[in-house]
Design a protein around this ligand. Structure first.
Ligand SMILES: [Zn+2]
Length: 79
């Protein structure tokens, strides 16, 4: 079973469509059960869309890293 912190780790790959079929199913199953992660994925997707809109070139890896860290933090707070 996929845990919230596992999902946080692979969320950006999920949004970018870079996960394998098994991982993708695991994420979807988790999202069905977990409102917290549904909100999180929604927010992350918005952030990534914003970043892409603001940069015509490459997505800022450092910014993604920062978002990931904030996500990990908020998941720890939840525990
Ligand atoms: Zn979750």
């Amino acid at each position: 079973m996929l845990m919230c912190r596992d999902l946080a780790r692979i969320a950006s790959d999920y949004i970018d469509g870079e996960l394998g079929p098994m991982d993708k199913v695991s994420v979807k199953m988790h999202l069905l059960m977990c409102g917290h992660c549904r909100t999180f994925i929604g927010n992350l997707r918005e952030s990534i869309d914003l970043m892409k809109a603001h940069s015509s070139q490459q997505v800022d890896e450092e910014l993604i890293q920062k978002i990931d860290e904030r996500v990990a933090e908020s998941l720890r707070l939840k525990d």
